[in-house]
Design a protein around this ligand. Structure first.
Ligand code: BES
Ligand code: MN
Ligand code: ZN
Length: 515
């Protein structure tokens, strides 16, 4: 999809379908009224006839009969102004994009001004529109030999004022980067496990590093064993495909890094504690955390966010086999702590334990891990919010706020020590399963044993990473790419506030320096 931003009157924008968002029961803005006049009152007539009311995500297609440069106008409902958010705008744009594609058009024009409800900035509207467009059009067809024909090739953002053009163009570029990060996650997770192996993920990281001048390190099974990563090696010992521990570093700034750790179980069969057959195919997405980390580091580099960012991916299959760990086995983690394997299906926390300990070698300012960690989190929060855990209230609040702006919701769950007795080991330090009660919490509490004093947050993506709901126009069936937009928002804000702080600090030193 080719995305451009142009400036000029809406009516003069040359294209096929002009997409026009309208709020429910709100007066027409000046621009809309002008367009309606050019169309001899067609928009007003559609509203008066009850064909279109502006209800969120409602659409109606009008023919312009040569009165403006575009042949058709697609009205798309934005809902009541008081309820309007960027999330609603994104979904409206996705709905419109799908309609444009279904209408067989190759191009559409998206005037930015109609999205500026409730004072959202030009750049943010442009970014959100482009995100909506690209996320809504996503389809995973890599293995279809008979792909659906699709002519839709170009989206043109339009601003009427000259002074808005640069902001719209910058927002559009951001939208493209962020959306392509999310669709990259979708691709990685939708591809099956016979394609996306740990080796495949290592090759992807290596390619990203080459494309964006980043550093990459790939540890092999023998390296992990030598270092003493007994937990990760233990999970991997049943797997025929070689495990990899991948580190991708982007040095966009100085100082201690932010480390992102992503669970990268390329297939989770459960191991000897085998999962039931039903929906086991879905467990190819158990590397969602790792995919999200790769995509986020890539996006940070493309956006040139001034931050020191490191991604760590412990990648392995979890398989049964003659060499697989037995329930009852005791593994020694890189941290030295020992773990009794109660259930080989609780493998994510084992991989993450060693990856987190390894991440601490970078002396990070903070660690965020992302994992499709527990079925219990799906039970607790369903598919509309990821579980959020952590040991630092400020970090968690900032992540939750970033979730609201990005439309990727997260909700905090407790990490009280009261739950610890469930994961206290009988013959070792810890057990890898705390049983069914509070399963998402005991899993997070297990991870907490490995983070020490470092500010840390954990996202449980089990419920949000995969979509079976067809009602969301910005999500496709299968992998959602949830989390990338949240992280990019958070990291951009963090870089900005750090820059401000250090500016203030330098300002202060200047004044206090004796002359
Ligand atoms: N990858 C799964 C978690 C999962 C389950 C993700 C369902 C998405 C949908 C994880 O490795 C797992 O199997 N967790 C177990 C832990 C239990 C054995 C303590 C679970 O949630 O059942
Ligand atoms: Mn499992
Ligand atoms: Zn798993």
């Amino acid at each position: 999809m080719e995305i451009t931003a142009t400036q000029g009157a809406w009516a003069k924008a040359a294209g096929e379908i002009l997409v026009l968002g309208l709020c429910q029961s709100a007066p027409m803005t000046q621009e809309v009224a002008a367009l309606d006049r050019a169309l001899h009152g067609k928009i007003r007539a559609a509203i008066d006839a009850g064909e279109f009311s502006g209800k969120w995500r409602e659409t109606s297609l009008l023919y312009t009969e040569g009165r403006i440069a575009c042949r058709r106008v697609l009205l798309v409902g934005l809902g009541k102004p008081a309820e309007f958010t960027q999330n609603r705008l994104r979904q409206a744009a996705s709905t419109a994009a799908r309609q444009v594609r279904d209408a067989g058009a190759a191009q559409c024009v998206l005037p930015v001004e109609w999205g500026q409800v409730n004072g959202i900035s030009t750049a943010d509207v442009a970014q959100t529109m482009v995100e909506g467009l690209l996320l809504g059009l996503y389809r995973f067809e890599a293995y279809k030999t008979d792909r659906e024909a699709d002519k839709f090739r170009a989206g043109m953002l339009r601003v009427s004022k000259v002074e808005d053009h640069a902001a719209a163009a910058a927002g559009a570029r951001r939208g493209e980067i962020v959306a392509s990060a999310a669709t990259y996650v979708r691709d990685l997770c939708n591809h099956p496990a016979n394609v996306v192996t740990p080796t495949y993920l290592a090759d992807e990281a290596t390619r990203i590093a080459a494309d964006h001048h980043l550093r990459v390190e790939v540890l092999e099974r023998a390296d992990m064993a030598r270092l003493g990563m007994g937990a990760l090696v233990g999970v991997a010992q049943g797997a025929a495909t070689p495990p990899k521990l991948i580190t991708l570093s982007y040095r966009g700034g100085d100082g201690p890094p932010v480390v992102l750790v992503g669970k990268s179980v390329t297939f989770d069969s459960g191991g000897i504690s085998l999962k039931p057959a039903e929906e086991m195919d879905r467990m190819k997405y158990d590397m969602t955390g790792g995919a999200t980390v790769l995509a986020t580091v890539r996006a940070a580099a493309q956006l040139e966010i001034p931050i020191h960012l490191i991604g760590v991916l412990p990648a392995t299959d979890n398989m049964p086999g003659g060499n697989a760990v037995h329930p009852g086995d005791v593994l020694t983690t890189l941290s030295g702590k020992t773990v009794e394997i109660i259930n080989t299906d609780a493998e994510g926390r084992l991989c993450l334990a060693d990856a987190i300990t390894y991440a601490l070698r970078h002396k990070p300012r903070l660690v965020i891990d992302l994992a499709t960690l527990t079925g219990a989190c799906v039970v607790a929060l369903g598919h509309h919010a990821a579980g959020l855990f952590g040991n630092d209230a400020d970090l968690m609040a900032a992540l939750q706020a970033a979730g609201e702006t990005s439309g990727e919701r997260v909700w905090p769950l407790p990490l009280w020590d009261d739950y610890f007795s469930q994961i206290k080991g009988d013959i070792a330090d810890l057990k890898n399963s705390g049983g069914r009660p509070g399963g998402a919490i005991t899993a997070a509490l297990f991870l907490k044993q490995f983070v020490g004093e470092t500010p840390w947050a954990h996202f449980d993506l089990a419920g949000t990473g995969w979509n079976t709901d067809t009602a969301r126009p910005d999500l496709s069936k299968g992998s959602t790419g949830f989390g990338v937009r949240l992280l990019v928002t958070y990291l951009s804000d963090l870089a900005q506030s750090s820059a401000k702080k250090s500016k203030r600090a330098t300002g202060k030193t200047k004044h206090s320096t004796p002359r």
